[in-house]
Design a protein around this ligand. Structure first.
Ligand SMILES: Cc1cc2nc3c(=O)[nH]c(=O)nc-3n(C[C@H](O)[C@H](O)[C@H](O)COP(=O)(O)OP(=O)(O)OC[C@H]3O[C@@H](n4cnc5c(N)ncnc54)[C@H](O)[C@@H]3O)c2cc1C
Length: 409
């Protein structure tokens, strides 16, 4: 491999380098360029490689990004039906959840970033960085030509998700990850495509299964698993049990938020900040990371522009994420009966509250939640005194024909 590691020219010196052209990286880059910073964004892939996928997000998406073109929001779901055993409760969401098409969103964010003045270099991987006395020096590998070269910057934002080697090597605390697998399915003819279903099935997941309609006739049915090697088989079993036919599978390892993980490194006025999945800005109750990733990216950009502490700018996001951490910690201790109790507690008053307070704005409403259904307190207290319950290790082994590891899906 050729290495053109000569001195960095002013052409290759930037105010900010961003690595990773997904939601968080593109949005942080746009915010910085709009404020007059010279920004370059490196993406190791070339753009046509992204498979199609939809994401479910709350209405908070609009308040962070503003209006999006019609090809980005492809569908809306206004009801969330929660099921445990024979109990179920329907929550009317006001406003409804939005179903976002990933490729269209990335295209939209890319054109916004370019319009703001960001230089985007595709097929270019950030392979290393070091703090120097006048900023950050980065090694870039152009994957289309195999040529490596250096650029310099005042600040660096790492937005490379969970698979970025640089992010992995930075932290002393390894990032916790769990598998998520979902299948695209056809909806039955009598299925209401505005209803998202959630099933708590404690024997096969400490999280839940979901069916999210992403058009009037199709949806994604999936779950968060524990074992990368059996997740696909388990979702396959559930899909069959519910009478669906999987059309195709999607899956990946998702980071879990870790409150004490370091997200910022400094030297002589230069900083390296993690955003998005790289920062594990993910709600651990639902493992949704799109809105929280955009929120954290906005905080990172603000922190660089104002030269303020990143942690301070992250305060409002962290309040939400800590609450989700606590709820997750408690629910990890639930047995199936406790899930059923929880669903039975969904009075009209509580459902009304949950429908208005979406899962990206829970922190300010926790007292109101307790006032509307005080029985959540004894349920939560019971969980505190219960040990963490993993899944039963004697569960049947996966079917080897479909038991692909999540990374291979
Ligand atoms: C199957 C599935 C379904 C999901 N559904 C939802 C959902 O419904 N709602 C929701 O909110 N969230 C969902 N998520 C989570 C969501 O996809 C992630 O939280 C979100 O995509 C994270 O975006 P990101 O900007 O952090 O970066 P990522 O999407 O992780 O992308 C990182 C980018 O950085 C690039 N990169 C990495 N390293 C380097 C490097 N060294 N140099 C240059 N480029 C680099 C990569 O090529 C990639 O393009 C789902 C995830 C999966 C797997």
């Amino acid at each position: 491999m050729e290495d053109k590691s000569e001195a960095i020219t002013s052409r290759d010196h930037f105010d900010v380098v961003v690595s990773g052209a997904s939601c968080a990286g593109l949005f942080a880059a746009e915010k910085l360029a709009k404020s007059g910073r010279k920004v370059v964004l490196f993406e190791r892939k070339s753009s046509p490689q992204e498979p199609q996928r939809t994401w479910i997000v709350t209405d908070r998406f609009h308040s962070i990004l503003g209006d999006s073109p019609s090809d980005v929001i492809v569908h809306e779901t206004g009801v969330m039906r929660v099921n445990a055993g024979d109990s179920s409760a329907s929550i009317i969401l006001q406003p409804p959840d939005l179903i976002v098409e990933r490729t269209a969103l990335l295209r939209h964010l890319t054109s916004r970033a370019i319009e703001a003045g960001v230089e985007i270099r595709e097929s270019s991987e950030v392979t290393d960085f070091s703090f120097e006395k006048d900023g950050v020096s980065l090694s870039i590998k152009d994957r289309s030509t195999d040529v490596s070269y250096k650029v310099g910057a005042c600040d660096l934002i790492l937005a490379g998700g969970t698979n970025c080697q640089i992010t992995k090597s930075l932290s002393d605390v390894p990032q916790k990850v769990i598998p998520i697998v979902q299948a695209v399915v056809n909806l039955p003819e009598d299925y209401d495509p505005t209803v998202t279903e959630v099933w708590f099935e404690r024997d096969s997941t400490t999280y839940f299964y979901w069916l999210i309609p992403d058009s009037p006739s199709t949806g994604v049915l999936g779950f968060v698993g524990e074992s990368p090697s059996r997740a696909r088989a388990e979702v396959h079993d559930f899909i069959r049990k519910k009478g669906f036919q999987p059309l195709s599978y999607q899956g990946a390892m998702i980071p879990l938020h870790q409150p004490l993980r370091r997200l910022e490194w400094r030297s002589s006025g230069s900083r390296v900040l993690l955003v998005g999945d790289a920062a594990a800005h993910v709600k651990v109750t639902t493992v949704g990371g799109v809105v929280s990733g955009l929120w954290g990216a906005e905080a990172a950009a603000r922190s660089i522009l104002r030269k303020t502490s990143y942690q301070r700018e992250l305060m409002s996001l962290n309040m939400e994420l800590y609450l989700h951490d606590f709820i997750r910690w408690s629910m990890d201790r639930f047995d199936q009966n406790m899930y059923e109790e929880l669903v039975c507690m969904m009075s009209d008053s509580l459902k009304g509250f949950l429908g208005r307070r979406n899962r990206d704005s829970m922190a300010g409403g926790i007292l109101e939640l307790i006032a509307r259904q005080p029985r959540v307190i004894p349920l939560g207290l019971r969980s505190i005194f219960m040990p963490y319950r993993g899944l039963d290790p004697s569960r049947p082994k996966e079917d080897s024909r479909i038991g692909k590891r999540v990374e291979e899906i």
